[in-house]
Ligand binder design. Sequence first.
Ligand code: GLP
Length: 249
Amino acid sequence: MKLFITSDYLEMSRKVANIISAQIIIKPDTVLGLATGTTPIGAYNKLAEWNQKGDLDFSLVKTVNLDEYCDLPADHPQSYRYFMNRQLFHKIDILPANTFLPDGMAKDKAAECRRYDSLIEQISGIDLQLLGLGHNGHVGFNEPDETFHKNTHVVKLTEATILANSRLFANIVDVPKFAMTMGINSIMRARKVILAVSGADKAEILKQALTGSITPLVPASILQFHPDVIVVADEAAGSLLKDFLPQIK
Ligand code: GLP
């Protein structure tokens, strides 16, 4: 595991974008696993800026997102498809047909989960997976539970996640109660993982995830078993890690 602690959110975003950009330059047909939430927005802005300047080419890149709310249409402003289009896909030269998210509107959710796992396999798995971190240690929407869920699955969101995500909805009752998320298998099989974390409110859970017991009660803790994880945390999020893990300057 490599750890970068940056001075602030902007520097964290630039570092994350730099790593993604290096990956695409080395392998132009990279399969990127992408995340939503507020944490990656700064990195997406940087990637879009470099693409528009002509320094980065997304024309052969494929993307698979971690998750999607159940039963929010793609054109709903809080759907993750809408978020990805607005924050990244519509700003870069990626082919829309090469951008994949679970279809939260699918009638047969179990079949959609199977389709998503097969799709990830068909495109040869994920080269670089970007992850954010939920306040309860979730990755994607893999919520704390008694076991790790291997495959893409429907998850009942915890009250804590509904509350955290309600900041983006007009009213907490509008937050969907269910979501579809990539399982731990696809995440752990990604050839490289970046965990991006920002803010003092994530410091304790980040420390638990990276230095505590590996347990499905803190889903991100499974990353301790991954052979190639880069953690990029801003000073506030990384403040409790300094005595535990060596940093890269
Ligand atoms: C959401 C997403 C996660 C994201 C997390 C943290 O629930 N499903 O993929 O990493 O919350 O979000 P934020 O970056 O806004 O703190």
